[in-house]
Design a protein around this ligand. Sequence first.
Ligand code: WTA
Length: 652
Amino acid sequence: MTSPASAQSHPVPSRVAAVPPPVDFATKARLRSRAVHLRMHRQSVRDPEKFWAGQARELLQWRRPFTEVLDWRRPHARWFADGRLNVAENCLDRHLATSRANKAALIFEGEPGDVRTLTYRQLHREVCQFASALARAGLRRGDRVAIYLPMIPEAVVAMLACARLGVIHTVIFGGFSAEAIKDRINDCQARLVITADGGWRRGRVVELKANVDTALAATPSVRQVIVVRRTGQEGVKMQPGRDVWWTDFVLGASPEHRAAAFPSEQELFILYTSGSTGKPKGVLHTSAGYLLGSMLTARYIFDLQESDVYFCTADIGWITGHSYIVYGPLANGATVLLYEGVPNQPGPDRFWELIERHQVTIFYTAPTAIRSCMRWGDEHVRKHNLGSLRLLGSVGEPISPAVWRWYHEVVGARRCPIVDTWWQTETGAIMVSPMPGVTPLKPGSCALPFFGVVPVVLDDTGREVPRGTEGRLFLKQAWPSMLRTLWGDGRRFRQQYWSEHPEYYFAGDGARLDSDGYLWVSGRIDDVLNVSGHRIGTAEVESALVSHPQVAEAAAVGRPDELKGQALVCFVVLKGALPTPAVSEELRRHVAKEIGPIARPDEVRLVAALPKTRSGKIVRRLLKQVAGGEEIRGDFSTLEDISVITALQTNV
Ligand code: WTA
């Protein structure tokens, strides 16, 4: 663990003028005033159990009401444990008896421009039929299913059908390679995989089924593969007895399906995320608490109203897609725009064109996407009428004040509040964010804690730092949507999140609270990088590199990057091969093959040796300086061999 001082960060301005909320927004918003917000927050942290019990009764549809609120035996939380409900029923069935039945739940647009709308009634029918088919195929409560799909309606259908059956889904991002799929499937022992022939990305087909086939050569737990025909491409191999097309799989399955009532702590999904070791962590979320967290935050932070068209650009393979494309918005009965492709296909104005055409009112994206759009030029935004927009959101990494201002002025025409939302795969739902229309905004700060959340910033010895001082971010109280454990690895769960402080959850981020109590997150302080909003563990990249026969040793570090936030730079010592540009290129390809294109190093530097301490630990601090083109400074006394430093600066 490095100290917060070495956190990768954009410079945080010490004094920024707050941007007042747009006039009028609050008059129609769920939260009408700052005073109401602060009062609710005070109540929520003074008596969290009372607050959450009240919200859970009001917002969720229970089959059996709970009487217990929280059973907290640190680090194990059980929320509403004696209650029963069905998550899919809460996202779908409950709306059918209301005027929402024929409202659009999903508006899907494929990258090639094909559009498909599913009303709540239609989505419910699809989910029920797919759930019936899964049950017919022998899937039972607690079984694991891997979903490796493009951003198409079937991904939502598959997730909700699993939820309906108490089957645990693990969605694997479409940008991951066969190796990564294999590891995840083996870790959770998935019985069934749902994929597609391919998906559209940047005008080209991503070979999803072929990747699954490669992975499945070494995944003995998988018995069946369901394949959506998305691209209709030729040459997709179907293995008899194992592979079946989605349409054949659901043939004859009943579109009526009675949802069973599951205990609140029924496992809902596992989502793998990078950590500081080579092995991704299987973050486990359960039912009622997760649903409550994602639903309540979506309701207040996006101020979801009946007529909204809500567009979140995250992939369904990430937590943002889970909480804020699927569970949160659908439980609120919102209309969600689902877009399959990239922001610059066919042109750099695709997002703005989508917003104009579908009259999007709420837009939630990541700083890395905003930076790209900014670079492509204002004219692409300005040629569209974005008058429908009323709220903008940001997630995934710190947004620098300059990028914030561009988003506010060029995209939001200064009319739209920006909610900069800080949270993690582990937290399940947004933890820190402004309340739209009532919280004055400070560009670059994610503002104030959500209901029930108490952030604290501590120094290396576990003491609270004074306001304005950078330290390590912790969360004080248990919250309903918190991760319950790491799949199959309770020890690592304790070790990772609950060993830094005896009481609090350790977030792994560096941050400071300013004098107004606003939170400024500077970035990860562990060995996890944030490359274009994707969490990439340096240890994972290193183990991919050393799996190459020519690599003796490798170290991966981040370098500040204007577009990506951080770029991935790897230092590699070869076993004897000639250090040529071709070898560097080969190693970049190798990492992309082992993990996925998102982890392709921006640079592979072939060096004679890595700087190490006498106990053999690689000194990353120095490598970061070299990668960033900085002058090497600091204490060299612990180095095993000081001459390595000079050698590092000249590539071999
Ligand atoms: C970073 C994504 C600054 C942070 C929802 C966190 C942010 C990690 C913000 C979690 C934000 C996320 N400002 N940093 N608004 N949102 N982060 O698990 O470092 O993919 O720990 O969840 O992203 O990434 P994850």
